[in-house]
Design a protein around this ligand. Structure first.
Ligand code: DAH
Length: 341
């Protein structure tokens, strides 16, 4: 009996329970009507009288220890949730959430569009997957023009009426001329696609903003003024522009626009390759053929159009030297634009 009391004592002292159900089970197993401790008390009746005193004491200690242990476990279980809460420090800083920043191409696009909005231009958009009519035909591209070749354009189907990815946002001016009431004064931001090898200066996906103004008596001088005002808003009040004769199928006459280099102030540096000028866009008076193709009377209406690359404007504004930076999502590059939020 002595050994059984000692074994049970050791068991009680080591007792641990996970929850209140387990505590109750332990109580029944030890102190219940048929419990181990209760059984020992029954056996105690048969113990020889000279040993009764010793065993009696031991049994009482055992019973009290078991009852105290059960009580202790119950209290601990009740306090556990409160203890866990007390351990939670509400003053600790939270897990930091990394804030993203706007992409430089988005910042530049919104700045360009914002400037023209201030001048009274609306924003128009069109599909990236286009047909031959809106990208080439209606814009007066002759059938043998190289832009219609596979080297320059991504074709999706090569039927008689091919489906292709637009190579410029000039397609949106055709869509606008087809359905908008005159006069039209719009800018068309969007993504364009060209079958080009990727390098520091070229990419197969980039962004353009197209501009179009059609009304009665719109002149080349109006265009020059609009572009000068834009350039000064974008690159600073000292900015000068110059126009060089150029060729686009959809404008006549056509020009290439340069802005004075704001890095060297026109003296010549490695950004402007020593010329003092940076090319920013193409422009011209909308060719009468283009107006007529969209059902606009070219004897009554005239207009100008311009188109610029958003990445290029952003490169000039923030001196980004490699176009690929825009597409690689390197956080070290993107973080430089964080403050522009
Ligand atoms: N679409 C031309 C390009 O992608 C840019 C352009 C030049 C647009 C002259 C125009 C324009 O509207 O008048 O290179």
């Amino acid at each position: 009996m002595k050994e059984r009391i000692e074994a049970l004592m050791a068991e009680i002292e080591a007792l641990s329970c996970k929850n209140e159900q387990e505590i109750e089970e332990a109580r029944v197993r030890l102190l219940g009507k048929k419990g181990e401790v209760t059984k020992l008390f029954e056996e105690f009746r048969t113990v020889a009288p000279e040993l009764k005193r010793e065993f009696g004491q031991k049994l009482n200690v055992l019973k009290n220890t078991a009852a105290a242990k059960i009580e202790e476990l119950k209290n601990a279980a009740e306090e556990a949730p409160a203890a866990a809460q007390a351990a939670f420090d509400y003053t600790m800083p939270g897990d930091p959430v990394q804030l993203g920043s706007r992409h430089p191409v988005s910042i530049a696009r919104e700045e360009i569009v914002g400037i023209f909005r201030k001048f009274g231009y609306d924003v128009a958009e069109g599909p990236e997957v286009e047909d031959d009519w809106h990208v080439f035909e209606a814009l007066n591209f002759p059938p043998e023009h190289p832009a219609r070749e596979m080297q320059d354009t991504f074709f999706i189907s090569d039927s008689d009426n091919p489906v292709l990815l637009r190579t410029h946002t000039s397609s949106v001016q055709v869509r606008a001329m087809e359905k908008m009431p005159l006069p039209i004064r719009i800018v068309c931001p969007g993504r364009v696609f060209r079958n080009e090898a990727i390098s520091a200066r070229a990419h197969c996906i980039f962004h353009q903003v197209e501009g179009l103004y059609i009304d009665e008596n719109v002149t080349f001088a109006d265009m020059k003024q609009a572009i000068l005002l834009f350039a000064r808003e974008m690159f600073g009040a000292q900015t000068q522009i110059r126009m060089r004769p150029s060729y686009f199928p959809f404008t006549e006459p056509s020009a290439e626009v340069d802005v004075s280099c704001n890095i060297c102030g026109g003296k010549g540096c490695n950004i402007c390759k020593g010329t003092g000028w940076l090319e920013i866009m193409g422009c011209g008076m909308v060719d009468p053929n283009v107006l007529e193709a969209s059902g606009i009377d070219s004897t009554k209406y005239s207009g100008f159009a311009f188109g610029m690359g958003v990445e290029r404007i952003a490169m000039l504004k923030w001196q980004v030297r490699d176009l690929r930076n825009y597409f690689e999502n390197d956080l070290r590059f993107l973080k430089e634009f964080e403050t522009s939020l």
